[in-house]
Design a protein around this ligand. Structure first.
Ligand code: ADP
Ligand code: MG
Length: 693
């Protein structure tokens, strides 16, 4: 249960004064629906209104706050000409200029003969000092409220600064002082003020420096968030490892046979990774290991041997993939081996229904199925294993945090092997998994050729299509990837379909289309035709991103490459360069490109190393966008910026592990404050582990 002290922060924004139904909807879209969300809506700029000269001294092109008397009003000759209000002080004169003004309104605001405080941007035309549409016009009593530094917030259509600032002030007023969760010595060393004071100050920046991620205030707020993240992960981990693992030690007979029938020799990396996994399984602790390897580095083989080790002991092993296509591909790869080894292998996807499904579930429950291949259908509660010893999760980043947790619950004592092709920078890894054992596949299987990557502006697309025509004539298979238009597959699809029709007109039935809206069997049929049959040019949305293997495809065109995340581009590019032929990837971009986009595409041209690419992308764009997609399963942060706060993250990790050592159930004074922290950052699930733990 959320602590009462936090209740005001979790009330809807509509409870704030001045926030009616229309604004609530807009604020919800902009920041979030609760008071807390407005608190986290931090300024991105500031307007310094403290410059308050006399009119004689006033410098143009600056924001100034002036004390003036209103001389007279001068409406223009017609409605379209500007309305001027002349004002003066003891030293000079200024004209306030209004377009589309309403005379009665301005009369009320600026009555002739009265003194007013005005604030806005000064301009000079010849000898005339002007201010167009002052930001503030207030009576003298309110001077102090205007003559300050004003925060500038990110806005959106329909949201203007003044009411938003007022709403945020309202939200801050509701924000309580919270018990201190920082270690006192640490806090003193960093000279950090309390959370509430920092939050307040973050909304009252005094200088541009205070707006950066490196300011003392922002660092404290970021640290809190990272500490909540690391503590939550530690709690989940504690829960996972609380269930004792088991010793899985096979006699090796299946693995020996497998080595004999494997059509290639394992790379040194594969061999090492397999040994590391097997060592984990043979220990009584529960395994939680990540295998990271670029596309094509041969992760399937790394999963296969530990699965056989589990089966040697009479237990079951399962491997889960994020899509139907991949699941089927794993099955097709593993099935022939299983058959030769005399192992019962079963596949379960969302497509299996009715009796067929029941039969599969039964064979899993009774232990007849020794090796189980499946989609996330395997996460479901109704799936019961007879004796599951090892669960392999492929392309893990596709599975959300929620699914990670549900899997952890299912497999009490089950060893877990997680495999990802997305090279995740170390800092991101920490926030998603905490300190997890990692095996990295650094070598590629022999005979691979690096992909020749080129960048071409979109207006040269006709040349590219002609090039595709020549390659098709020579019998090449070509991928054509269509852009991500928005975070909506509808518009992606429209773009892909348009391109498909255009190319089909030119190349006829050799052109195929595959996209995320197609049903599983349709997708499989198209992939099959591309791999083995009549389709030579495949138009695709990003559904082909993960894992699909067609070695004869050696050309890939990616439209609007500048819109993709680098990791995603790298994944896509990994679909080619899989055979012995030389491969080419053409990144079509829409110019002109900004500096960052230029730098990003340059990395793609120059590097083939997923880890280098991921680190660079993190540096260039920050963590939020690194995977190019929201559904990455990696945590998103409100204040912390991993590109800048890597050191804070390391400290937070150490802090969290010390807390877990000293006060694992969070009972001490600090422990209780830390519970508040977890709820503040909505790590409620993690707190529930405390009760059972
Ligand atoms: P990943 O899942 O890491 O992208 P896969 O496991 O699908 O890679 O392997 C990609 C291709 O490389 C497959 O066709 C596989 O048979 C082949 N392969 C794997 N390991 C080796 C190796 N050591 N030598 C040669 N080919 C290999
Ligand atoms: Mg794979």
């Amino acid at each position: 249960m959320r602590p009462e002290i936090l209740f005001p922060l979790f009330t809807p924004v509509s409870t704030l004064q001045g926030v009616g139904p229309r604004l609530s909807v807009l604020y919800e879209k902009l920041a979030g629906s609760r008071v807390l969300d407005l608190c986290w809506h931090l300024p991105v700029g500031l307007i310094d209104r403290r410059y308050a000269p006399t009119l004689a001294d006033a410098l143009p092109d600056r924001v100034a706050t002036l004390k003036v008397s209103v001389t007279r009003h001068s409406p223009g000759p017609n409605r379209r000409s500007p309305y001027r209000v002349f004002c003066h002080d003891a030293t000079g004169e200024i004209q306030l200029v209004f377009f589309h003004a309403r005379a009665d309104y301005l009369m009320k605001l600026l009555p002739p003969g009265e003194i007013r405080i005005i604030s806005g941007k000064l301009e000079r035309f010849g000898e005339t000092l002007q201010m167009a549409h002052p930001d503030h016009i207030v009576p003298v009593e309110e001077e102090a409220e205007v003559k300050t530094v004003e925060p500038v917030y990110p806005l959106s259509a329909g949201v203007t600064l003044k009411p938003l600032t007022k709403a945020i002030r309202g939200a801050l007023a509701l924000t309580p002082q919270l018990p201190e969760w920082l270690d006192p010595a640490h806090q003193a060393r960093e000279q950090w003020q309390s959370w509430r004071d920092c939050l307040e100050q973050a909304h009252h920046p005094g200088s541009d420096d205070e707006l950066t991620p490196f300011s003392l205030i922002r660092k404290r707020l970021a640290y809190d968030e990272l500490l909540a993240n690391q503590l939550a992960i530690s709690l989940v981990r504690q829960q996972q490892t609380a269930a004792k693992g088991r010793v899985i030690k096979g006699n090796g007979h299946l693995r020996e046979q497998m080595l004999d029938i494997l059509p290639f020799t394992l790379t040194g990396s594969q061999d090492r990774a397999i040994k590391e996994v097997i060592t984990d399984m043979e220990s009584p602790d529960r395994m939680l290991r990540l295998v990271q390897g670029d596309v094509g580095s041969g992760k399937t083989a790394v999963a296969l041997f530990p699965m056989l080790a589990a089966i040697e002991t009479g237990a079951q092993a399962a491997i889960m993939a994020p899509t139907e296509i991949l699941t089927r591909q794993h099955y097709n790869t593993l099935q022939p081996f299983a058959e030769k080894l005399g192992i019962a292998i079963t596949i379960l996807t969302g497509r299996d229904k009715g009796k067929a499904r029941t039969a599969i579930l039964d064979s899993i429950a009774q232990g007849k199925a020794q090796m189980v291949i499946g989609t996330h259908a395997l996460f479901q509660d109704e799936i019961v294993f007879h004796n599951l010893a090892l669960a392999v999760i492929d392309e893990q980043h596709r599975f959300g945090v929620h699914q990670r947790l549900s899997l952890a619950k299912k497999g009490a004592g089950v060893d877990m092997l997680v495999m990802t092709a997305t090279p995740i920078p170390r800092t991101l890894m920490l926030t998603a998994y905490g300190d997890m054992a990692v095996s990295r596949l650094t070598e590629k299987p022999a005979g691979r050729q690096p992909v020749d990557t080129r960048t071409v502006p979109l207006d040269k697309i006709a040349d590219v299509i002609n090039g595709v025509a020549r390659s098709l004539d020579q019998g090449t298979k070509v991928y054509w990837v269509c852009p991500l238009v928005e975070e909506s597959d509808k518009s992606d699809l429209a773009a892909a379909e348009a391109r498909f029709r255009e190319l089909e007109e030119r190349f006829g039935a050799r052109v195929g289309l595959i996209h995320g809206r197609m049903k599983g069997p349709e997708k499989d049929a198209v992939m099959e035709q591309f791999a083995k049959g009549s389709i030579d040019l495949l138009i695709a949305t990003t559904v082909i991103e993960v894992g699909v293997d067609v070695p004869q495809a050696t050309i890939m065109i990616i439209e609007h490459a500048e819109r993709f995340g680098l990791a995603q581009l790298h994944q896509l590019r990994g679909r080619i360069g899989r055979g012995s032929e030389k491969s080419t990837c053409i990144l079509l971009y829409q110019g002109p490109l900004g500096e960052t986009s230029k730098a990003r595409l340059k990395i793609m041209r120059e590097s083939d190393d997923g880890f280098v690419i991921a680190e660079e992308d993190l540096r260039l764009r920050g963590a939020g966008e690194i995977l190019g997609t929201r559904q990455s399963g990696l945590p998103e942060f409100r204040v912390a910026d991993l590109a800048c706060h890597g050191d804070l993250l390391a400290t937070a990790r150490d802090d969290a592990s010390l807390i877990m050592e000293k006060d694992p159930t969070l009972q001490s004074e600090r422990g209780k404050a830390l519970r508040v922290l977890l709820y503040l950052f909505e790590r409620d699930t993690a707190v529930t582990y405390l009760k059972s733990g």
